[in-house]
Design a protein around this ligand. Structure first.
Ligand code: GDP
Ligand code: MG
Length: 299
């Protein structure tokens, strides 16, 4: 009796969804919570970037500004989602690694992937004018996203190595391909034919003997992609330290990387990093300082 009365009262005076006869439709939503205690990787990838890069005249084989823009958008994502401990980007893709124990959005896959993907896309557009000076954005770019779980440290590390090997193979191919065209005067078809069936050492040899290019001397960002890590950086100007996201270009396959950054597998607080005084801070880090300084001034 009391229950019925209460129901009546709430239906009459507080017409909330909770009491609506339509509420049952919520049961049609599927539960997409991701397994606990696994490394969670969200990888985003540019949609149709073969066309997008041509329409915007990206430099070949690597466009430094476009890669910077990808890195800048990824920094935005890491600034917002503090449970991301590492990100890795190459070409038109970025992988974001969440702490194994993250409770973000109750680990709901679609909520995590869509929020992250839309923040990445809007940041890509937001920072476009600054990164791609003078190049007009011709149409809105889009990215897809997927969530992947890795139950062991080994499979998680192998995932990152897999993406980095992909970067290496594509970059060696593209570097040689475009050298044959730009420096060797070959047509696209001729360059493709020349490279058919070649292995890595053949491509290194073509680069060196035909064009005097030592592949080892190529920019590490092109060869290895970009790793973003959260670090406590000593601010050289103010003697204070700040947590910033720093870009590095190292090998996941080497034990040295994991030893120098034990906070990743250990899920510890950000490690400290002192930037060599004889080296300028990368724009990507300066950008974070400027942004924060501006914020402080305005508040
Ligand atoms: N010229 C140029 N193209 C790039 C660069 N980075 C990515 N791309 C293009 O983006 C594509 C990304 O590959 P993929 O995701 O498989 O192709 P999609 O399905 O067209 O997005 C590459 O094949 C290139 O055509 C760059 O720095 N320079
Ligand atoms: Mg793509």
């Amino acid at each position: 009796m009391l229950k019925t009365l209460l129901r009546r009262v709430s239906v009459l005076h507080i017409p909330t969804m909770a009491n609506s006869k339509y509420e049952y439709v919520k049961q049609f939503e599927s539960d997409d919570r991701l397994l606990p205690d696994c490394w969670l990787v969200v990888r985003i990838d540019g949609k149709g970037f073969n066309k997008f890069s041509k329409r915007h005249k990206f430099e070949k084989p690597n466009d430094r500004r476009a890669l910077y823009l990808m890195n800048r958008a990824a920094v935005s994502v890491m600034e917002e989602f503090k449970d991301i401990i590492l990100a890795y980007g190459q070409s038109d893709e970025y992988s974001f690694v969440f702490r194994k124990d993250t409770g973000i959005y109750n680990r709901r896959a679609s909520k995590i992937t869509t929020c992250l993907c839309s923040l990445f896309s809007s940041s890509y557009v937001f920072y476009w004018p600054r990164a791609m000076e003078g190049i007009k954005l011709q149409y809105p770019p889009a990215f897809d996203a997927r969530a992947i779980l890795y139950p062991s440290d080994e499979s998680f590390r192998d995932y990152l190595i897999w993406r980095q090997v992909d970067c290496h193979i594509n970059n060696l191919y593209n570097t040689t391909f475009w050298a044959l065209i730009k420096k060797g005067g070959l047509s696209n078809e001729e360059a493709e034919k020349r490279l058919k069936g070649t292995v890595s050492s053949d491509k290194n040899e073509i680069l060196f003997s035909a064009f005097g290019v030592n592949y080892n001397d190529e920019h590490p960002m092109y060869k290895k992609g970009t790793i973003l890590l959260r670090k406590r950086l000593n601010d050289l100007r103010s003697d204070k330290s700040k947590i910033v996201i720093i870009p590095i270009h190292q090998d996941f396959i080497k034990q040295q990387f994991w030893e120098e950054n034990p906070e990743i597998l250990g899920m510890l607080k950000p490690g400290t990093c002192t930037w060599p005084t004889d080296k300028d801070l990368p724009d990507l880090i300066l950008d974070q300082y400027n942004f924060r300084n501006k914020e402080i001034k305005e508040s």
